[in-house]
Design a protein around this ligand. Structure first.
Ligand SMILES: NC(=O)c1ccc[n+]([C@@H]2O[C@H](COP(=O)([O-])OP(=O)(O)OC[C@H]3O[C@@H](n4cnc5c(N)ncnc54)[C@H](O)[C@@H]3O)[C@@H](O)[C@H]2O)c1
Length: 267
């Protein structure tokens, strides 16, 4: 019960990493506002949490809509009397945004920035006053290894996630005195519906990811959920402005699978 008596709001929690985070938070004792755009999937997540004895409610939320964000924060406080944790998980990239900069439609740039940067900005802007009123809180933002380790054909996504890290650090500086902590998790590739959209063949996708990763496998969403539980909990009471890479070693260095194992190099 590492989040006992805490109330949390998780964005984009109807599937993928957000669902896993919401479920882990509830298992650790938090009351969770599961938010997202798909009510049927959101209610199913809530039902799953409740049937395991957890506390949760669903609320429809598009993170780019200022009024919806403010209403969701107010609903959390109304329902549970507090808001201790927000997780900025909702994110977007798609086939139309996976191309070099000069070929990127302006509308697609705007969409990525709206969801990945304006969304967390609006959520934090609404949540911080409530956290200040109750004496503190924790913000966990899901960025990406692509924020610090670029890849081809993702100019808007990488820029949005890099900016999310700096926004996180900015909050850590400005609100540390009010006992608000802000940290970012940088996932490598994890097995979610959104993760494999550039591949049609799942087996090929999994083989490719494994071959690029020192731990030799794709990440399970629970690994991000456990990282989020830690950063949201009082165990991380002195951690703020930090980035936590969870990537199976993917960006630790230049990985060459055929070179791993005992060295055959001459002394
Ligand atoms: N899965 C990975 O390999 C991976 C790697 C690095 C970073 N991430 C980040 O982790 C987060 C979750 O990713 P995921 O893999 O579960 O992706 P996903 O695409 O499966 O889930 C993203 C969620 O965000 C929601 N969303 C999109 N636009 C929204 C909006 N305007 N308002 C509210 N919700 C919205 C989607 O509906 C979806 O539920 C994202 O921020 C993503 O960028 C994921």
């Amino acid at each position: 019960m590492r989040l006992k008596d805490k109330a949390a709001l998780v964005t984009g929690a109807t599937a993928g990493l957000g669902q896993s985070i919401a479920e882990a938070f509830a298992r650790e004792g938090a009351a969770v506002l599961v938010t997202g755009r798909d009510a049927a999937r959101g209610e199913a997540v809530v039902e799953g949490i409740r049937s395991s004895g957890g506390r949760a409610r669903f609320r429809r939320l598009d993170v780019t809509a200022e009024e919806e964000v403010e209403a969701a924060v107010a609903a959390t406080v109304d329902e549970w009397g507090r808001l201790d944790v927000v997780v900025n998980n909702a994110g977007y990239y798609g086939p139309a945004s996976m191309r070099p900069l000069a070929e990127l439609p302006v509308a697609e740039w705007d969409r990525v920035i709206q969801v990945n940067l304006r969304g967390p900005f609006l959520v934090c802007r609404a949540a911080i006053p409530a956290m200040i009123r109750q004496g503190g809180g924790a913000i966990v933002s899901i960025a990406s290894i692509r924020a610090i380790h670029c890849s081809h054909n993702l100019p808007a996504y990488t820029a949005s996630k890099a900016a999310l890290i700096q926004m996180t650090k900015s909050i850590a500086l400005d609100y540390g005195a009010q006992n608000i902590r802000a940290n970012a998790i940088l996932p490598g590739v994890h097995d979610t519906p959104g993760g494999q959209q550039s591949y049609t063949d799942r087996e090929e996708y999994l083989r490719r990811i494994a071959s690029l990763t020192p731990l030799g496998r794709i990440g399970h969403p629970s690994g991000i959920a456990y990282a989020a539980v830690f950063l949201a909990s009082d165990e991380a009471a002195y951690i703020t402005g930090a980035t936590l890479v969870v990537d199976g070693g993917r960006i630790a260095g230049e990985y060459r699978p055929h070179r791993s194992g005992p060295s055959t190099r001459r002394a």
